[in-house]
Design a protein around this ligand. Structure first.
Ligand SMILES: C[S@@+](CC[C@H](N)C(=O)[O-])C[C@H]1O[C@@H](n2cnc3c(N)ncnc32)[C@H](O)[C@@H]1O
Length: 329
């Protein structure tokens, strides 16, 4: 069926759509179409649209059987992430972020809140600032590999992009192991490791992260195998020398400062998962040398099990992980 449509270049699509909606001219029963760089916005009255100065053409349009997908409203595919029912944008341009948020809210993308990154991850707690573009709360429940994590993105660190990497490490854990998660956050390593039967000591200096960690251990039925310690891991773990079969060190940027604590916590045969930031020219050398410098004088042999590039972090800079077995001589 042909219907009257306002035709504009895709770059003007969102502004025109908003202007037509404000004049009650948009035909909400027909689908918006995109073709060869132009967007076609169905209107209810061709004459009024023409009088308002728009180019109106007759064109085939489909009947709308649901909300319009964001790409059709915007004329481009927006990039966004999801954390539970929060949609996360990474846009430098505030107007573009607002247009994407509006299109997402009006579409069938399920969400309660839309936020845009307003700062880098920073500070001891590794938390970032957000512009809340839609909704009122920044707390959500996120699912990852069958486990649920309650968290507030404004109060704690959490990156859904690391799900695959966390799963890779979690899968190495065997029932009965003793694990120290030195920088546990809300528990995305600690909880699934405990679910595999490990006894986990989970540490974090951020009180909000520890509150969520305890709640998440309860929520996932593993509270009896997770001990949460709030404070600087160098101090809170004083009673656990030689305790661990496995140590997770997920604090890239400052991992080196905590290697002596990791080695102090290690038992006679222990695997360390050391996350670090490194230059692409020598992604693993510095971390490996740093481990050897601490572990070998403490009486361990060092064997690197896995060298893994987790993701690109900045130009020429990589987030890497070394899985290292240290075995007492
Ligand atoms: C990069 S986040 C990782 C959180 C979690 N492992 C994850 O994958 O979501 C690092 C965490 O280390 C915590 N942290 C920073 N310095 C610490 C310290 N000295 N002792 C214990 N935790 C610390 C921060 O509060 C933050 O939650």
């Amino acid at each position: 069926m042909t219907t009257p449509c306002v035709r504009v270049p895709v770059s003007e699509g969102e502004g025109t759509r908003q202007a037509l909606a404000e004049r009650d001219l948009l035909d909400g029963d027909r689908e918006i179409a995109v073709d060869d760089g132009d967007i076609f916005l169905p209107v209810v009255d061709a004459a009024v649209a023409r009088d308002a100065g728009y180019a109106v053409v007759e064109r085939e349009t489909a009947e709308r059987d649901g909300p319009t997908p964001p790409a059709e409203v915007l004329g481009f595919e927006p990039s966004y992430g999801r954390l539970g029912d929060i949609v996360i944008l990474d846009e430098d341009d505030a107007e573009r972020a607002r247009a994407i948020a509006d299109a997402i809210v009006e579409s069938d993308v399920p969400c309660e809140t839309v936020v845009n990154r307003a700062s880098k991850v920073a500070g001891e707690f590794r938390v970032r600032e957000w512009d809340v573009l839609y909704g009122e709360h920044t707390e959500t429940v996120h699912r990852e590999y069958g486990h649920e994590f309650a968290l507030d993105v404004a109060e704690v660190y959490f990156s859904p992009r690391l799900a695959t990497e966390r799963h890779r490490v979690v899968e190495q854990v065997e029932s009965g192991e003793r694990v120290v998660d030195m920088f546990a956050g809300v528990g995305p390593f600690a909880v699934p490791m405990a679910a595999r039967g490990a006894e986990v000591l989970a540490c974090d200096v951020n009180p909000a992260a520890i509150d969520y960690l305890r709640a998440n251990a309860e929520r996932n039925g593993v509270a009896d195998r997770v001990t949460a310690l709030e404070g600087d891991v160098r101090e809170t773990t004083a009673d656990y020398d030689g305790w661990a079969d496995r140590v997770v060190m997920n604090l890239p940027h400052s991992a080196d400062e905590f290697l002596d604590t990791a080695v102090r916590l290690a038992g006679d045969d222990c695997v360390l998962h050391l996350y670090d930031m490194a230059h692409e020219d020598d992604p693993f050398g510095p971390s490996e040398r740093a481990i050897r410098e601490i572990a070998e004088p403490a009486g361990y042999e060092v064997e690197v099990l896995t060298r893994r590039e987790v993701r690109s972090y900045a130009p020429h800079e990589l987030n890497v992980c070394l899985d290292v077995r240290i075995l007492r001589n």
